[in-house]
Design a binder for this molecule. Structure first.
Ligand SMILES: C[S@@+](CC[C@H](N)C(=O)[O-])C[C@H]1O[C@@H](n2cnc3c(N)ncnc32)[C@H](O)[C@@H]1O
Length: 293
């Protein structure tokens, strides 16, 4: 089956700030760790020109196929890999060090709005949540097998769900009679025991927590941040766009390491009101950038 076409209206988050701070130059070698729809990748590759090289990773093969159309004709090599394998990917391509690395982490709206991925409680679909559907455990595996205490910890730590114990108890009771298979099924159980506050669906925090756990999002980010100094040339630039405080905290602490990084963003760069109005996903985006000294 051919991949869905790249949507022409796709606009990457904080694109101008990213290019201004990271300043990709003609002839350089760069990595986009999270190619997604290819929005940042296209802009970086255009700056690198014919003599440059962009190695573009994503753990989701569907997103890579989709980005391929948008990146046709540019010096881009698409690689299906988790960014925590970056050092290995570069070694495999004979690249010792690179001039820049960008990671715009999390998920794309295309992934979120596809019911088959099971990321959203708004539409019913299989309770999957894997960003790389070719490997690893699904959210259904977790909710059907984790102990009540372990499940409560996941919901509390990754979702900041204050009713984590109550949700875990209800999930474990329910799965004794029927295993969880769909997003609607789980969302209904959560809604039955967590009160609604304002406009936020009570299932929001549980779904965020499970997505982070299924994809080991914080572990992958920690491994990427730890390997950045080794893969960047002196003077090389790194930028990370994150979407919640658990991620941003890690990036902030990493870039504070003296003797390794010179920070380019004392405070994280956030989207203007105009950008948020045009692209609601930009609302919680925080960009931090640093130079490898
Ligand atoms: C926010 S989107 C990136 C959007 C992209 N910057 C653009 O302009 O279109 C995040 C992408 O990163 C991918 N991703 C998330 N975590 C990843 C990881 N650990 N390794 C590789 N790709 C990852 C997701 O599959 C998704 O396609």
């Amino acid at each position: 089956m051919s991949p869905p076409p790249a949507e022409p209206g796709h606009v990457p988050v904080l694109a101008e700030d990213t290019l201004r701070l990271l300043d990709p130059r003609p002839g350089e070698t760069w990595v986009d760790c999270t190619t997604g729809g290819g929005g940042h990748a296209r802009r970086i590759a255009e700056r690198l020109g014919d003599t440059g090289r962009l190695i573009a990773l994503d753990q989701d093969p569907t997103m890579l196929a989709r980005a391929g159309g948008r990146l046709a004709g540019l010096p881009v090599e698409l690689v299906h890999a988790n960014f925590d394998q970056l050092a290995e990917v570069l070694r495999g391509r004979g690249v010792e060090k690179v001039d820049g690395v960008l990671a715009d982490i999390g998920f794309s709206s295309d992934q979120m709005s596809d019911p088959a991925r099971g990321l959203s409680f708004k539409t019913d679909g299989p309770l999957d949540m894997r960003l790389d559907p070719t490997s690893g455990s699904t959210a259904a595996d977790l909710v059907n097998t984790l102990s009540e205490a372990a499940l409560a910890d996941v919901l509390f730590e990754y979702g900041e769900e204050r009713k984590s114990r109550r949700v875990a108890k209800r999930v474990v009771e329910r799965r004794r009679t029927k295993k969880f298979e769909t997003t609607a099924d789980l969302a209904d159980v959560v809604r039955s025991c967590v009160p609604r506050s304002g406009n936020i669906d009570p299932a929001t925090r549980t779904f965020q927590a499970l997505r982070i756990a299924v994809n080991d999002e914080l572990g992958s980010l920690d491994r990427l941040l730890a390997m950045l100094p080794a893969v960047l040339k002196p003077g090389g630039r790194a930028g990370v766009i994150s979407f919640h405080s658990l991620e941003d905290r890690r990036v902030k602490h990493t870039f504070r390491t003296e003797g390794v990084w010179r920070v380019l963003t004392k405070k994280p760069v956030e989207a203007s009101d105009a950008e948020v109005a045009a692209n609601p996903r930009a609302r919680s985006a925080k960009l931090r950038a640093a130079v490898r000294v």
